[in-house]
Design a protein around this ligand. Structure first.
Ligand code: HAM
Length: 423
């Protein structure tokens, strides 16, 4: 026997049994996106490497060590997208979408990061991503956050809680950075290996460290909040008051800094205590500088992305009521002579009963074995087309989920019966 080919580490097969939860999440999210005026944009999975270097930032974990980058056959350096914001901005600029107009865009699909795989952290994972471009005021920050809150509500999820922070303007951050470097330099012996490395290149990211032995040091570090410019402070106050005004609770986390360089002002993360170490289910913020940084006019923007795998896992651990559709009916036949008739009957039922979920037995065997398959399929009814039924143009209808009596119906009666059941 040939050896089986294994999947690539960190890249998952998403199996049919997970379909119901994925669809439940996607359809609720897409309904909400469209109810808030977001339009779908589809962007390539592969982009020029330069796009991510310039937007996410050279000195970030993603760009330094997590990108799937390779030369294509023309010798151009290309990268499998590690996130979608950069690509959406690139696409908007390439297609003139941001020229004197606002855009609310959503997209979804796989992202690729060569991280160390663990529960909730994969090398190929999926995001649902929203971006609002051309809006500078705090109401869009708040609206996006509330839209996520509404999504948890639609999905019946209780555990996500909101952490927010403002990281101000780039110049406020530069001043803060100086103060932070001074603070950590004076205590360099207490820094772990990763933080030593970050000290010169990206000291603000040291605050993200989860290392327990560094928490006291981090707790006493200068706070970015104390270095914020007045306008960012006002913007942040307004975001918070809008959230409070509609009853969305939040915790201010002055150490929330995010791992991508393009953010300014509001940043936020929805986290859940039900997922272990990989607790962020939805994260984002404002990125007013990115569009001009990628060659466009100065244009404000804000957005977020949620991790589909993590939210699907949350649906499972929180025991959410995920709707699962089972077949309305399973059409069985007695004897092979009925095969053509059952094929034709199946199609005419599909014509006459819009939305009907019907399985037509295509394996055969005894009626008993067909009814066993019907039962396993979860169908509500078995329709039995047998020799007697064919002669008289009648079909037996056997309820499989309750003990209502079996019926014998004409085709017209059956159509009526199914229409009532399907509505
Ligand atoms: P991010 O925080 O890097 O932000 O990713 C967003 C979400 O994707 C995370 O909250 C998490 O749920 C999920 N995620 C990230 N990495 C993984 C992974 N390795 N495995 C499974 N899930 C993961 C961004 O990507 C920004 N582009 C979000 C954004 C949109 N900001 C503005 N607009």
């Amino acid at each position: 026997m040939e050896k089986l080919i294994q999947r690539v580490r960190g890249m998952n097969d998403i199996l049919p049994e997970e379909e119901a939860a994925w669809s439940f999440l996607e359809s609720n999210a897409i309904n909400l996106f469209s109810a808030y005026g977001y339009k779908r944009i589809q962007i390539p999975v592969l982009e020029r490497t330069e796009l991510f270097r310039r937007s996410i930032g050279e000195v970030t974990d993603i760009v330094e060590k997590e990108m799937y980058t390779f030369e294509d056959l023309n010798g151009d350096s290309v990268t499998l997208r590690p996130e979608a914001t950069a690509g959406v901005v690139r696409a908007g600029l390439s297609n003139g979408l941001f020229h004197n107009q606002q855009q609310k865009l959503w997209c979804s699909g796989p992202m690729f990061r060569h991280e160390r795989p663990q529960k909730g952290r994969y090398r190929q994972f999926h995001q649902l991503n929203v971006e609002a471009v051309g809006y500078s005021g705090p109401s869009l920050d708040a609206e996006l956050i509330v839209m996520a809150a509404r999504l948890w509500n639609c999905l019946g999820l209780k555990s996500p809680t909101l952490e927010i922070n403002s990281i101000g303007t780039p110049s406020a951050r530069a001043n803060y950075r100086k103060a932070l470097v001074e603070y950590f330099r004076a205590r360099q012996d207490q820094l772990d290996h990763d933080s030593q490395r970050r000290l010169e290149r990206n000291p603000i990211r040291i605050l993200d460290s989860k290392n327990p032995s560094m928490q006291v040091l981090l707790g006493e570090a200068p706070l970015l909040t104390d270095y914020l410019d007045a306008e960012s402070c006002t913007h942040f106050e307004e975001v918070k008051s809008l959230l409070s005004g509609v009853g969305v609770d939040f915790t201010e986390n002055p150490r929330l800094v995010r791992g991508l360089d393009y953010y300014n002002r509001t940043v936020f993360e929805w986290v859940s205590d039900q997922l272990g170490a990989q607790s962020a289910v939805c994260s984002g913020g404002r990125y007013d500088g990115l569009i001009s940084h990628l060659g466009g006019k100065d244009t404000p923007a804000v957005g977020w992305a949620l991790g589909v795998e993590r939210v699907v896992e949350l649906l499972r651990v929180e025991g959410s009521d995920v709707p699962r559709r089972s077949p309305d009916a399973y059409l069985a036949i007695i004897g092979d002579i009925g095969r053509t008739q059952s094929f034709v009957l199946g199609e005419s039922l599909r014509d006459s009963v819009p939305g009907l979920y019907l399985l037509v037995d295509a394996i055969g065997g005894t009626l008993k074995s067909q009814l066993r398959r019907a039962d396993r399929s979860g169908a509500k009814l078995a329709l039995i087309l047998g020799n007697d039924e064919q002669k008289g143009d009648h079909i037996s209808v056997k309820p499989l989920r309750d003990d209502r009596p079996q019926l014998v119906l004409t085709l017209d009666e059956l159509i009526k019966h199914l229409r009532n059941g399907v509505d």
